[in-house]
Design a protein around this ligand. Structure first.
Ligand SMILES: NC(=O)c1ccc[n+]([C@@H]2O[C@H](COP(=O)([O-])OP(=O)(O)OC[C@H]3O[C@@H](n4cnc5c(N)ncnc54)[C@H](OP(=O)(O)O)[C@@H]3O)[C@@H](O)[C@H]2O)c1
Length: 260
């Protein structure tokens, strides 16, 4: 679809807009004529973003704070108008395997990646149902398809996001509200800059933002890219457990001695 994003949405709220993919999505939407409400914890980074385009308004927020999320949604809707599209993109990546398992990191992964989204859903859904319109986009990951090495905090939180999207999609469709789950592969952002392992088919953040916006315009349930990694990960999802664990041990953890 080649139509402008402004033909689809007037007001878009995006969380995790202070860096990486969220920042690029915010700027691309603003340049296309959409009013963008941008949230993240870093007020300074958001002010810098808002200074780059007059269509961006900063709403600093910690998505783990349910009351603050509710107040932010109310403020955006009072000041800018009803939110047509909410891109719930804030996320954290704590690389973690069994040997270095941290309960605090597991809790933080769920708190931001999953409960950050449920806090927003609770704040957004009543208004969208009342308006019989709206689009919720949850940013998950191909890492949510199956449990992967070093993703002991991240993968479960992203799997939960995909599950939530599946639950809400048919239910909200009855009220005219669209649900999309976005599953990117590797993207060059501050999040992945810490990784010391190969990241096949990695793409630039601007490219990821473009693909997200193009996918959201179609209104389809899943927007996943790049296709090479998506297909590989979907194939892994179909493998019976013994084959999957064999693959996980021998290929996804090359440094680890196989135990059989
Ligand atoms: N990069 C990849 O390869 C990749 C692949 C698949 C999926 N994803 C997903 O894409 C999304 C964006 O990631 P990215 O790669 O662009 O990473 P990033 O550059 O690290 O951006 C993460 C964003 O989330 C915000 N954030 C973190 N904790 C928050 C909190 N408690 N409340 C509000 N905002 C918070 C950060 O801002 P503050 O620190 O200012 O709060 C930042 O704006 C994430 O959900 C990530 O899991 C990324």
């Amino acid at each position: 679809m080649t139509s402008s994003p402004a033909a689809h949405w007037k007001i878009v709220w995006i969380t995790g807009a202070s860096s990486g993919i969220g920042r690029d999505v915010a700027l691309q939407l603003a340049r296309a004529g959409v009013r963008v409400a941008a949230s993240a914890r870093s007020a300074e980074a958001l002010a810098k973003l808002a200074a780059e385009h007059p269509a961006v308004t900063a709403y600093p927020l910690d998505v783990t704070d349910a009351a603050a999320v509710m107040a932010t949604v109310q403020a955006i809707e009072a000041q800018l108008g009803g939110i047509d599209l909410a891109i719930l993109n804030a996320g954290v990546w704590h690389p973690m395997g069994a040997a270095e398992f941290s309960g605090a990191k597991a809790i933080d992964s769920m708190a931001v990646n999953y409960f950050g989204i449920t806090n927003a859903v609770a704040a957004l859904v009543p208004g969208m149902i009342a308006r019989r319109a709206g689009h919720l986009a949850f940013v998950s990951s191909v890492a949510g398809y199956r449990g992967l090495p070093k993703a002991a905090g991240y993968a479960p939180s992203k799997a939960a996001v995909i599950s939530l999207a599946e639950v809400l999609k048919p239910d909200l469709a009855a009220y005219g509200v669209t649900v999309t789950v976005i599953n990117p592969g590797f993207v060059e952002t501050p999040m992945t800059s810490v990784n010391r392992f190969p990241m096949p088919f990695i793409i630039k953040s601007e490219d990821a933002a473009q693909r997200m916006i193009a996918g959201l315009k179609t209104g389809r349930f899943e927007v996943a890219f790049p296709w090479q990694l998506v297909w590989l990960m979907k194939l892994l999802r179909l493998l019976p457990y013994p084959w999957f664990f064999w693959y996980a041990r021998r290929l996804l953890s090359p440094g680890r001695k196989p135990q059989g």
